[in-house]
Design a protein around this ligand. Sequence first.
Ligand code: 3HC
Length: 679
Amino acid sequence: MTDPITARRNGEVLIIVSNNPPVNALGQAVRSGLKREIEAGLADDAVKAIVVRCDGRTFFAGADITEFGKAPQGPSLLETLDAMEASDKPVVAAIHGTALGGGCEVALACHYRVAVPSAKIGLPEVKLGLIPGAAGTQRLPRLVGAEAALPLVVGGDPISASKAESIGLIDAIVGEDSLEADAVAFARAKIGQPVPRASEGTKNQDGVRDPDIFDRFRASQARKIRGFDAPNAAIEAVKAAGELSYAEGVKRERDLFLKLMGGTQSAAMRHYFFAERAANKIDDVPADTPILPIRKVGVIGAGTMGGGIAMNFLTAGIPVTILEMQQDALDRGTGTIRKNYDATAKRGRMTADGVEQAMGRLTPTLDYADLADCDLVIEAVYEAMDVKKEVFAKLDEVAKQGAILATNTSYLDVDEIARATSRPGYVLGLHFFSPANVMKLLEIVRGKETRADVLATAMKLAKTIGKVAVVAGVCHGFIGNRMLSPRQQQANALILEGANYWDVDDVLLEFGFPMGPFQMADLAGIDIGWHRDPSRVETIREALCAKGRFGQKNGKGFYDYDEARNRTPSEETKAIVAEFAAREGKPQRAVSKEEIRERLLYPMMNEGAMILEEGMAQRASDIDVVWINGYGWPLYTGGPMFWADTIGLKTVVEGLERHGLPVSNYLRRKAEAGETFNR
Ligand code: 3HC
């Protein structure tokens, strides 16, 4: 293997360059090369200044995550960086791409940082269930202050070069195309001057003067960080930077880092990091499959779903023609899109100009013929097979040759829909999740005849519009809804057996979901799809509607809501559930939270096993990606399949058997063989 680190001289300036594609991760070879060249540069009297930069698409994007969980191999980054920072020779980090995690820590240990305008800098370790482990939590607050450091260390989102400059994280923005030359000139200008060291900075005194900033910040993030270990450790480490000496602070950081690294949350989140990237790959579609150009998109249906889908493309700069049957529906739909954009602008996430530009890309129409020049048409009409088939037959007549025709169906047979056209190879499912302009997940449903280039194009397009895409096969409910179904069945069964419906919700909430099924029903509206005849009551939902309990929208559904939308269990709902239980002759008993948890979650894993066995998902980790991005499954457990692996498939099988629930052959076989889904 060639050495990833090389060095060369430009006069008195030593330029150390890393070339470790794809992202210059700081693996063992990079660390030892850096150590070697830095030591050589510091020892060489002819070298008066040093520049550290990277070849390829990015500055160091962090530690090499594939090394995590294995026995650590020296040299440690920390020691090399401390020695470098201690020197009197100015060291300049020359940043392009993304200086993340350990990469940001390299930059922090340099005396100066210069970056190109497009660079991004951040400490995303929390997203892997970790905190920075090479003194990032100690240098950053000393350099920029605790208040400015907290969002970076605890939130993990990178910031732009200009934002980094404004908080003092970088010293200068240099030319996009002249990084090395500008960095060398910068370094040369600093020769002979005393060097600033982040570890000696005093900006962190803001947190000593006003220690409340830590609690205030924690409270402001409460919803986002609920259940996660790393953000609290990150706050503790930043706080320690103000309270302890640099050396002691680094020790505290190390202790916190190692504890997190050995825990289940980080293992789960690292699994997810690679799962999300694996989901991008379609096993039998080569990476170099040609991509079809998508310059214009058609959307059929301007309801909530169609409008949300359209917004994805409009925001990404792709023109959209949106079709409805009636003018008033079309006007309502485009009105809602504008309202949503205006709300985004009001929250400061978009400029007024941006809104106009996005709206300017939208063409409303009542005429199918206007879809003729679209490269992709997505149908989002009423969920009924005959309606969908009619739409696709019409589309087949007007769409140009080579256009991709997609259905947003949640459950229906994509192959049957494809057969309504003369070009099933160009048909696939693009299953967006509501609200479609917000939710990250996109299930790409692969029909029997869907062509490889159509799939590859859909995958690429998903990235363009900021979605996390997963390929699913054609089956009822695909991956996500198919697994939701047994959970919902159990939720309904449990409350008829005597479980409190709020306990069912609370179990999921305690597990880490944002809400349970009955809260969800209240939020979505109990009356969705209701026949509006109060005298016809066959289900609990119909009984709730008959009593005017429509959900959060009118302050009462399964729960009663106050002005602030706080929920309390309702006596009326309890009576309705009890009446149904009596009607069905269900004996009542107390049901433990443990039983609720097992009965809600284990059948999902069983369904996941069947999905895998039938080849409806390519890999177990794809199922995890679906549930984390589409259904609020807590990231820190790694998704349903990884969680099943963590607790053991045998435990899942025993639980299912204990509750008299079905166990698939695939799950049983794997459990008996002592195997896991993912590893
Ligand atoms: N270690 C190992 N592999 C990595 C990696 C890393 N830090 N970062 C990316 N990769 C791999 C990916 O798995 C992917 O591999 P694949 O092609 O086989 O699937 C490949 O590099 C390209 O990555 P992406 O597909 O994500 O490329 P993008 O261009 O979309 O994104 C990126 C680039 C923004 C750098 C993104 O990869 C990223 O966010 N990486 C992780 C950054 C990170 O979390 N760094 C912190 C690590 S922890 C740390 O540094 C601890 C320290 O404090 C001690």
